[in-house]
Design a binder for this molecule. Structure first.
Ligand code: IPM
Ligand code: MG
Length: 367
């Protein structure tokens, strides 16, 4: 394999500490599997604001553009919550998604057998659960115009955001969902609110047409977003792949992730379109945020960040064996009873971030 360029952006809060555990895994890859990366690292979010006065520099966006893959930590810092929207730490991830055209966010919600009891749902409801949410990430109400806060003639203020989707935006993300379903359980549930929103009506029409034209071998169903939230809690096992817009995907993926017991467990991949030269821009990040309340204490769960790295190996570098090994190592460590605070159950061994990272690499060493 030629040397692959990796850009690492740890970000804020627990980002840097969980990212440190990934370094153990990259070290293991080079030691045991002869796989090395050209790694560059930079600041984003509050960390970048503090140093450079902006949540992300153009230079960093350029680096992300030329990297073979980006591994992102998390952004968000209460110190910057009072500033305008363009100066929020969160702008870093939103800009990366938009500038690199990362339109399809893959968020798996998979339950590890060892963690069945960590879920707030009954074990028989979530055992063996394996859902993939495909969330559109560069359109919809996050980016739609007009937007803003205006002052009305009577002095009152009005906040505006606009939900917009075009045919091509819907089609390309639906294609990702159908393609994934073919490699999984061959079923897609498309989620919108066509009962109240025109953009939802179009979403449903476009997905239905695309399905009839190109994917009639895949089972397709449609669901209203509120019902989907309810069904995810009532009977999550009915779902295989869920495809939905930006805002509903944001909500439903947090909901789905909690079925698995902890936000600290789940990785995600955000993919762009395949370029003419065959490259596909891609960014990998845990679903959890920067968790400022526990940052710096060494107690954060590094598993979502490590599994995000495994996804990176799988989707960007086609290193299926190594990705499988990392996922198996995580499962093995959990089976031995080690737990970070967020997934702790009575009678098990509570460990910190670094001990968890070390334990995962020790399992890898045994393979
Ligand atoms: C996510 C996060 C982001 C989003 C924030 C940090 C802007 O919640 O990735 O789900 O809303 O997309
Ligand atoms: Mg979110």
């Amino acid at each position: 394999m030629s040397t692959k360029k990796l850009l690492i952006l740890p970000g804020d809060g627990i980002g840097p500490e969980v990212m440190r555990e990934v370094a153990r895994v990259t070290a293991w890859l080079s030691r045991k599997r002869d796989i090395t990366f050209e790694i560059d690292e930079d600041l984003v979010g509050g960390a970048s604001l503090a140093e450079y006065g902006v949540p992300i520099r153009d230079e960093v966006i350029e680096k992300a553009r030329t990297a073979d893959a980006v591994l992102f930590g998390s952004v968000g810092d209460p110190a910057w919550s009072h500033v305008g929207f363009d100066k929020r730490p969160e702008v870093a991830i939103l800009k990366l998604r938009q500038e690199l055209g990362l339109f399809a966010n893959l968020r798996p919600a998979k339950v590890f057998d060892a963690l069945v009891d960590a879920s707030t749902l009954k074990a028989d409801v979530i055992k063996g659960l394996d859902i993939m949410i495909v969330r559109e990430t560069v359109g919809g109400i996050y980016f739609g115009e007009p937007r803003g806060i205006e002052t009305l003639p009577n002095g009152e203020k009005r906040g505006i955001n606009t939900e917009v989707y075009t045919t091509s935006e819907i089609e390309r993300v639906a294609r990702v969902a159908f393609d994934l379903a073919r490699k999984r359980n061959n079923s897609v549930c498309s989620v919108e609110k066509c009962n109240v929103m025109e953009s939802g009506l179009l979403w449903k029409e476009v997905v239905t047409d695309l399905h009839a034209r190109e994917y009639s071998d895949v089972k397709l169903s449609h669901m209203l977003a509120d019902n989907c939230a309810m069904q995810l809690v009532r009977n999550p096992a009915q779902f295989d792949v869920i495809v939905t817009g930006n805002l509903f995907g944001d909500l439903l993926s947090d909901l789905a992730s909690m079925l698995t017991g902890s936000l600290g467990m789940l990785p995600s991949a955000t993919l762009g379109a395949v370029q003419e030269d065959g490259r596909r821009p891609a960014l990998y990040e845990p679903i959890h945020g920067s968790a400022p309340d526990i940052a710096g204490q060494g107690i954060a769960n590094p598993i979502a960040q490590i599994l995000s790295f495994a996804m990176l190996l799988r989707y960007s570098f086609d290193l299926q064996t190594e990705a499988d090994m990392i996922e198996a190592a995580v499962a093995a460590v959990l089976a031995t009873g080690l737990r970070t605070a967020d997934i702790m159950s009575p009678g098990l061994a509570r460990v910190g971030t670094d001990v968890m990272g070390e334990a995962i690499v020790r399992e890898l060493d045994k393979m």
